[in-house]
Design a protein around this ligand. Sequence first.
Ligand code: ADP
Length: 434
Amino acid sequence: MVNFYIGIDFGTSGARSITINPEGTVVAETQFPFPTLTDSSEWVALWKTALFTVIQEIPVNVRRQIQRIAINGTSATVLLCDPQGISVDSPILYNDSRGATVLELLKKISPPDHCVISATSSLAKLIWWLTVKTIDIKQQQLGCLYFLHQADWLGFLLHGKLGISDYHNSLKLGYDVENFSYPHWLMNSLKSLINLERLKLPDVVAPGTPIATITPEIAEQLQLPKTCKVCAGTTDSIAAFLASGANVPGEAVTSLGSTLVLKLLSKTPVNNIKYGIYSHRLGDLWLTGGASNTGGAVLRQFFSDFELETFSRQINPNNNSHLDYYPLIKKGERFPINNPELLPCLEPRSDNRVEFLQGLLESMAKIEAQGYQLLQQFGATPLTQVYTAGGGAQNSTWTAIRQGYLNVPMVQPIHTESAYGSALLALKKVKDVN
Ligand code: ADP
């Protein structure tokens, strides 16, 4: 009998499971791509189908030896449910900015520069429900209303305990991760909008904390052991960070996808809303970072993936092109330069496409280095090592160029999938991951 651990990732385009053994070796992988939905009320049923499918497709001999499951959802995808866990309105997805209509109210009630002050934060969505959808919500004879994140609700489907979350998903709801409580400003503001006896905010625990065993019905239906436990989850981007294996202060993960995203593990938290910098708690450490609008989407405007590969091989990373660009697909940057009016700079354009690519790769490497410098300037632990994820990670020429600017060892992580990070969370609590 071997113990296995499942990590389940609910990302933007689908759900995926990765099962690992106690050594962290992958023993099974399943996935469920999301179809395009026209009606947002269909999401809830689809998520349930996706959750059950990705578990049921794991070979039954593996399924029968599962010890723990952890699930990550997309950050700030939220639901409002009745006491049976049935959603009373369509869920609001991570990128839905209807919260813009309550932004002024959010600014009034929350401390200055708090990360909840955003049109897409979980709190903006809750306040939208309580103030804009107020008639529907208040008139329903539902008893209590449970506000949940996607990962909380998916866990509930397996263990049946409603109203439990983790401190990664709850950060943008306003949960105070330094003091492990909902702050007074938050509870007082909500009190003025709804009877607090009726609104149930989730009880928050550390990501990876075993919450409860699965229900006997779920054990039978999914052919899992009755003793299988569901752990508190996390968000998709933190799960991706955990997957890399970075776990020492000073270690960072750069994601070279459509955009450039930096995450640095630090002994101290760093927050600066102007630059979109905030920190997630990770045991006794802090995961801080920022996202720049530069990245692979700009490369894709000019080059096919095949050209990126062949042209990159013709670049000598030791010979600087001296082309100084600021590659963006449209106006506006937040990190490491905060300027919504910043224009893309792609001049002087070299006629030589290899040289033009070199200029772009070098310029993005400079922006990455500037990003890490800014985090350190604001008090983050100095950078010691960079893991790379995303489509650009496979480009060894770019890695060599970036190393020249970053001056720290560069590591290619073995795992980058969020589902793997959640599986690690199921294997060990996040506190022990550090
Ligand atoms: P996302 O999930 O953010 O859309 P991915 O992690 O899938 O992005 O990465 C896609 C990006 O990677 C594309 O924008 C593409 O330009 C870039 N990319 C693909 N191949 C290479 C390469 N060899 N060198 C640099 N960038 C690459």
